[in-house]
Design a protein around this ligand. Structure first.
Ligand code: HEC
Ligand code: HEC
Length: 216
């Protein structure tokens, strides 16, 4: 990757911020649904974008535009963005502070969860009878994400998480590097998916009150 000068990096963030707050080609601005700080809305099933890896976000915008990830709301919006615009807005969203306190959330990781709590068990231990590793092996302790390819999943809404699994089960979202999420989604039973979605959706509330007043 080419190193950007500070001025170039600032210009990219400015361009991204403009797209984020004003939209392009008459499509609604990102801020309308994903929030002023990229925090999303769990109640409305709009995922947070703040602090997700730039490469991940850019890849999702590409898939939403070409329809390999199916979503009727995002399709026209992602399609209106040029490749450089996708890069700029993804870079901007990635630069925003996460909507929760990552250190406190990571400290919530349970090495030995209650075996009766299917969601906590799957998240932290996996289901090796189905060759499903612990979610936290890739999404980090507390589901806070790793690097630019493994998105954070803590605090996404339960409905949104289940919807993503359904997309993978029906080949309506790219399966991820090495088919990883496609395989996992197809191996787990519906009650397992529901349980693990409930676990990650509730994690930030369980760990800490929502980080308030975080400004970009
Ligand atoms: C009208 C509401 C709305 C607007 C405006 C909107 N989005 Fe979205 N966005 C959504 C919804 C709903 C989803 C979840 C789609 C799904 O369920 O797969 C989403 C998903 C995404 C995702 C995938 C996130 C992830 O974690 O995988 C990205 C990236 C994204 N939007 C970026 C943008 C950008 C950039 C803009 C502005 C150019 C924008 N969105 C404008 C509603 C909106
Ligand atoms: C071997 C690594 C790996 C494991 C294990 C794993 N994931 Fe993932 N997950 C990924 C990758 C990589 C992506 C990004 C996919 C992409 O780039 O399209 C992802 C994406 C996701 C997303 C989409 C996030 C968003 O914002 O749309 C959800 C939800 C998710 N995983 C949940 C889970 C759950 C729940 C488990 C455990 C049952 C799990 N993952 C286990 C690697 C993994």
């Amino acid at each position: 990757m080419l190193a950007l000068s500070t001025a170039q990096a600032d210009a990219l963030l400015d361009q991204g911020k403009q797209i984020y707050t004003q939209g392009v080609s008459g499509t609604p601005a990102c801020v309308t649904c994903h929030g002023a700080r990229g925090e999303g809305s769990a109640a409305a099933n709009f995922p947070y974008l703040a602090g997700q890896g730039g490469a991940y976000l850019e890849e999702q915008l590409k898939a939403l535009a070409d329809g390999s990830r199916q979503n009727p709301i995002m399709k026209p919006i992602a399609s209106a963005l040029s490749e450089p615009q996708r890069h700029a807005v993804a870079t901007y969203a990635a630069s925003l502070p996460r909507p929760w306190n990552a250190a406190q959330l990571a400290a919530k990781a349970q090495t030995y969860p209650d075996g009766k709590d299917t969601g906590a068990w799957l998240a932290n231990r996996g289901d090796w009878s189905k060759q499903v590793p612990a979610c936290t092996q890739c999404h980090a302790a507390g589901g806070i994400g790793v690097g630019s390819q493994f998105p954070a999943i803590a605090g996404l809404s339960k409905t949104y998480i289940i919807e993503q699994f359904n997309l993978w089960r029906h080949d309506q979202r790219p399966a991820g590097p090495g088919q990883v999420m496609g395989n996992i989604a197809k191996r787990l039973a519906e009650p397992q998916i529901e349980a693990v979605a409930t676990y990650f959706a509730g994690l930030p509330q369980a760990a800490v009150p929502q980080a308030s007043g975080a400004t970009p």
